[in-house]
Design a protein around this ligand. Structure first.
Ligand SMILES: [Zn+2]
Length: 261
């Protein structure tokens, strides 16, 4: 986990309360990385879904001066429990926890919250509800920011593999840029989905998935022995930099608009 370094004070876990009191005069916007701790194949660490949004959020905070909250490490991931090291909490537990964390920051002056979601599509519904509750019940401006959406343009430019779902090309590339020492490219292996999927369901984070569904641990275990789905060997650090830069650019734009309003 990178630290705040010398370029500015924004990482809340490293600040004193008088520093927060002063900072909240300058910015009322807070980033919160929301992920999960779960299996990511043979080649990536369990913390990918937090390392990615937190690393991107740190660069946004460096650039814009907004606040960066300690991340949420545990989320909703029943489908990955077929491998050890995976945690999962109930949907309502997660939803209430994230909402309460954000609402409590509202009590000392945070007005805008961006939930940077690194756990792909899996916990989108819960975070959409959190955003609605923060707005309606707590008077905060809140946004759900899935990483797959904020680096979509770069992903379309750099993608080389047909299937990009879990611990595959994009997550591996982002980790090569953000936390290269934790990536074991020598252990990476391509996994193609091996079961026939129903019509209208592309098994790809960027595909035109026209119907929604969920996967059980048994279905995931049948799809992949290694744990990843897609081809991580296609990942490069250059592609990772493009993805991360695109995300930083887009999220910074939103933060600057909020802090300027
Ligand atoms: Zn992941």
């Amino acid at each position: 986990m990178p630290s705040s370094g010398g370029s500015g004070v924004y990482r809340l876990s490293e600040m004193t309360w008088p520093e927060v009191e002063a900072a909240i005069e300058e910015t009322q916007t807070m980033l919160l990385a929301v992920g999960n701790t779960e299996q990511h194949g043979h080649h990536l660490p369990l913390g990918v879904d937090v390392f990615m949004p937190d690393g991107i959020a740190e660069r946004v905070a460096e650039r814009t001066g907004c606040l960066l909250a300690p991340p949420v490490w545990y989320g909703v991931s029943p489908h990955h429990t077929f491998k050890p090291g995976t945690f999962t909490v109930e949907s309502e537990t997660f939803q209430h926890y994230v909402r309460d964390v954000c609402a409590s920051a509202g009590d000392w002056g945070v007005e805008n919250v961006l939930l940077l979601n690194g756990h792909y599509l899996a916990q989108d519904p819960e975070l959409e509800i959190v955003v609605r509750e923060l707005k309606n019940d707590h008077g905060m401006e809140a946004f759900h920011v899935p990483l797959v959406s904020v680096f979509r343009d770069a992903a379309e430019r750099v993608r080389t593999s047909a299937v990009a779902f879990h611990a595959a090309e994009f997550e591996t590339a982002c980790m090569l840029e953000l936390e290269p020492d934790t990536v074991h490219m020598d252990r990476a292996e391509a996994v193609d989905p091996s079961v026939d999927l129903p019509p209208l369901l592309g098994y790809d984070a960027y595909a035109d998935n026209r119907v929604g569904t969920a996967f059980t641990p048994e279905e995931m275990a049948a799809l992949t022995d290694a744990g990843n789905v897609g081809d991580p060997t296609a990942a490069t650090s250059e592609a990772g930099r493009e993805l991360v830069d695109d995300a930083v650019e887009n999220v910074s734009m939103l933060v600057e608009a909020l802090d300027g309003s």
